[in-house]
Structures are given as C-alpha cells and as structure tokens.
Design a protein around this ligand. Sequence first.
Ligand code: K2U
Ligand code: ZN
Length: 171
Amino acid sequence: MIRPILIHPDPRLKKVCDPVAEVTPELRALAEDMLETMYDAPGVGLAAPQVGVTKRLLVMDCVKEGTPEPMVLINPRLIWASEDLSSYEEGCLSIPDQYAEVKRPALVRVEWTDLDGALQEREFEGLWATCVQHEMDHLDGRLFIDHLGLMKRQMITRKMEKLKRERARQA
Ligand code: K2U
Ligand code: ZN
C-alpha cells in the first residue's frame, strides 16, 4: 500500500536509524510498500524513515526509460567513495518542490543485505550514485539541505513549516 511521506521538519527524519536485525515477512511488506510509494510519488529513491520507520532500509529505481530495476538495500554500508565529485540539482520527497545543487562523490561502492538475506556489493555511478548517497544520508538523519549553507537551509525549512501549517488547515 502507498504510505504517507513525512515532511521536513519532523524529528523522525533526524534520527539515526536502527540496523535491521532479520529479514522478516513484515520487512518484505514494508519494502514492497516503499517501492509502491516511491513509484507513485514519483521518485527514484525512498528511505524507511521517510515513511516513519526508523530502520536502515532504502529502495531505489533510477532507470529513466526501459525496464524498471527496483532495488532494496538493507543495512547499506559505504565501502569506498571516489575523490571526484559530481553535482546534481537534488530534491527530496520529504521537502517537496525545493531543489538545490549538491556535490557528492561521483562513484561509490556499497555493501548491503538483500531481501533474500544475501550480502551484495556494487559500484554505483551517475544518478544511482547520487541517489544511494541521498538515501543513505536519510538513514543517518541527514537531509540534502544539510549540505547547503545555513541561510538556504533556514529558508527552505521556513517554507516547509508554512506548507505544513497550510496542510494542517486543509485537513
Ligand atoms: O529520498 C528521496 O526523497 C527521494 C528522492 C531521491 C533523490 C533525490 C535527488 C537525487 C536523486 C535521488 C526523489 O527521487 S526526488 C525526485 C527525483 C526524481 C528524479 C530525479 C531526481 C529526483
Ligand atoms: Zn530525500
């Protein structure tokens, strides 16, 4: 099912998430819901804290055209990051309609556990590299605006507080 996405500022988006102890049917159902929620948004990634679950789990599908390639990363760990950086105009489903340039390592190697409990390792580049770093930041309570200057971060936060007040009035 499609789950509601938390909007910044929200304390649950600032928490360092807990490791996943074991892959259970409930976890599989959560991963399924996260993929459905991500495609519906639409987005190319989604982290568990964004749907209020402070566990180290994220989903991604950065394929633009062609066959979708949904990925579920449990307890992801950054093994290596390139010196070279790449810039991307990032957004976030928890910070709607706000975009800003963020520089991140262009290439990253990540290790994780998949839904079958198997250990995986892969090098990501391009949008996949940006996305996996953006999602792994979420698992440590970091948002893309935390990579911006104080003024820009405060301006975006104020806009989100206003948006939440308006949504609360409509509800
Ligand atoms: O974590 C999220 O909020 C999902 C983001 C992930 C993301 C942000 C910036 C760059 C790459 C991934 C959503 O996918 S934001 C929507 C979006 C869609 C296509 C490309 C970039 C961002
Ligand atoms: Zn995000």
